[in-house]
Design a protein around this ligand. Structure first.
Ligand code: ZN
Length: 176
């Protein structure tokens, strides 16, 4: 099952390929100070794949706090936070915000409260390795910044040869 999502203005769009065997989609309302302020309700599945398209990287703020292990991708134009990434042992993991979903039957969402404040860093990273989306690709789309503001849908480009380069560049940005 494919789920499409995006930030409010469309600068960041994603396609989540959710395993067909799992009909329910967990929706974890995190109680950390950041998610409380941004309406962060997250889902992931280790067998899901996530492809993110970014129209203008300059309009994405990569925000970290606390342990600094998670990177919140905040649209600096519209303020939405459609996904979060975490780099562990050279791999990129992610969760997505169910509030960014555009075309999912919301009765499939299974809401729960999430509290991770007591975890140490080691167990936090181990949990993410087990539960977060393991296949994550972030690519730049070759559109002018303003064409991303549209009538409600941002087309996701098919993978191209430039994908690896785009991922390398975005990883370099995470490290900064
Ligand atoms: Zn936006």
């Amino acid at each position: 099952m494919n789920v499409n999502g995006r930030c409010h203005c469309g600068n960041m769009a994603f396609r989540l390929d959710w395993p067909e065997t799992t009909s329910e989609i967990p929706a974890r309302a995190c109680d950390c100070s950041f998610c409380t302020r941004h309406g962060g309700v997250w889902t992931s599945h280790p067998a899901a794949t996530l492809e993110v398209s970014v129209g203008n990287h300059a309009s994405v703020s990569r925000y970290r706090f606390g342990t600094g292990t998670a990177t919140f991708h905040v649209c600096s134009r519209c303020g939405s936070v459609p996904f979060v990434t975490c780099e562990i042992d050279g791999g990129l993991y992610a969760v997505v915000n169910v509030n960014a979903f555009m075309d999912v039957d919301r009765s499939r969402l299974r809401p729960s409260a999430a509290h991770f404040g007591n975890e140490d860093i080691g167990s936090r990273l181990e949990r993410r390795k087990r539960n977060w989306i393991r296949y994550v690709r972030i690519e730049a789309v070759a559109t002018a910044e303003d064409t991303a503001v549209d009538d409600g849908h941002l087309d996701v480009n098919p993978p191209s040869d430039s994908t690896a380069g785009a991922l390398d560049r975005s990883k370099a940005a995470f490290a900064s």
